[in-house]
Design a protein around this ligand. Structure first.
Ligand code: PLP
Ligand code: COI
Length: 353
């Protein structure tokens, strides 16, 4: 399939690289393609970034049949564009599609389209430390109907946003509220998919945590509310007595690409890492015994976010003296170094073009 291109003639001014925030600015063009049952995915095109005109009865507005991905593009010293493990995002997008009854995309073609769009917008890739071009592929149901059923029509779109740090704290430690009531996902639900509705359902707990003065939520399992699952929109790791523990992947935890990269790095450094169930009770006990050395969240947007404080059932504990842990810093430096090209990519994670 050939991707058509209509270049805009009114390019926008570029934002200040030192004041990007997250997801506030968008580039001049976007990618879009359509799905119809009879034609499959078709008409791939790159056009001016612009609002969509949609019927008020469009399915996605009512029943939320939508999935998305998130990845980052960087520009290295040689001016090459770098994407971090993008084939993993395409594979996960199709797994999300499967769960949400959305027709699968051709992963290779989608990645080709994403690269073409980024190439056209390469002047938008910021190079100030901590910045990148955030890539947001997403798929929405576009049937015009109020009937509840898998749609017959979809858009697959890609938009690009030059970004800085996701959390205002940047790489500084965040305070976390262990949510005792609301849950993000349940067994058999959609937690392992990057489904739009997962995020809508999580907002109330995020709001509650913010009102209590915490910046993120730690999610417990949906059945017993005992076992740790994720933190905010990130996977989570704890360093207990030198062993790194991260919750194992059931179908209620998002299989993070950063999580997988952290596990690979730790193994390559000979640091013990286990994927297992970890109760919040065990975590607080480890802290009381002086065994909780470090804690951090990890994800594409935030990269690595150290945890400085945790609140659970009225008890607040401080982790690593409220500072970034040594290993946390090493992981952050290594991942961002590989992404930007400052550190050799020994795992073959980066696709350059
Ligand atoms: N968990 C949730 C709920 C997320 O939204 C994300 C972000 O994508 C992650 C974990 C981390 O996944 P990744 O490392 O692939 O970005
Ligand atoms: C990401 O880390 O890419 C995410 O999608 C998290 C958030 C921006 C929803």
């Amino acid at each position: 399939m050939k991707i058509s291109l209509v270049k805009t003639t009114d390019a926008k001014p570029k934002p200040d690289e030192n004041n990007l925030g997250f997801g506030r600015f968008f580039t001049d063009h976007m990618f879009i393609m359509d799905y119809e049952v009879e034609k499959g995915w078709h008409d791939p095109r790159i056009v001016q970034y612009a609002p969509l005109k949609m019927d008020p009865s469009t399915a996605v507005f009512h029943y939320g049949q939508a999935v998305f991905e998130g990845m980052k593009a960087f520009k290295d010293k040689e001016g090459k564009i770098r994407l971090f493990r993008p084939e993993q995002n395409m594979a996960r997008l199709n797994r999300s599609n499967e769960r949400m009854c959305i027709p699968k995309i051709d992963e290779n073609f989608a990645l080709k389209a994403i690269k073409k769009l980024i190439e056209i917008e390469s002047d938008w890739i910021p190079t100030a430390p901590g910045t990148s071009l955030y890539v947001r592929p997403f798929i929405i149901a576009t049937d015009i109907t109020l009937g509840v059923h898998p749609a017959h029509n979809y858009y697959f779109m890609v938009i690009l946003s030059p970004v800085g740090a996701y959390y205002a704290e940047g790489i500084n430690p965040v305070s976390i509220y262990v949510e005792p009531h609301y849950v993000r996902a349940v067994r058999g639900g959609t937690g392992h998919a990057k489904a739009a509705g997962n995020y809508a359902g999580s907002l109330i707990a995020q709001q509650k945590a913010a009102q209590k003065g915490y910046s993120q939520v730690l999610w417990l399992d949906g059945l017993e509310r005992k076992y740790i699952e994720e933190v905010g929109a990130m996977n989570v790791f704890f360093n207990i007595s030198g062993e790194l523990i991260t919750p194992d992947l059931g179908d209620s935890v998002l299989p993070g690409i950063t999580r997988d990269s952290v596990i690979t790095l730790l193994k390559s450094w000979g640091i013990p890492v286990v994927e297992r169930r970890l109760s919040v009770e065990e975590l607080f006990k480890a802290h009381a015994e002086g065994k909780l050395i470090e804690a951090f969240g990890c994800g594409t947007a935030a990269v690595i976010s150290p945890i400085g404080k945790l609140e659970w059932q009225g008890q607040e504990i401080e982790v690593t003296g409220g500072k970034i842990g040594e290993l946390t810093q090493r992981i952050y430096d290594t991942i961002t170094g590989i992404q930007s090209g400052k550190i050799e990519d020994e795992f073959g994670w980066v696709q350059k073009f």
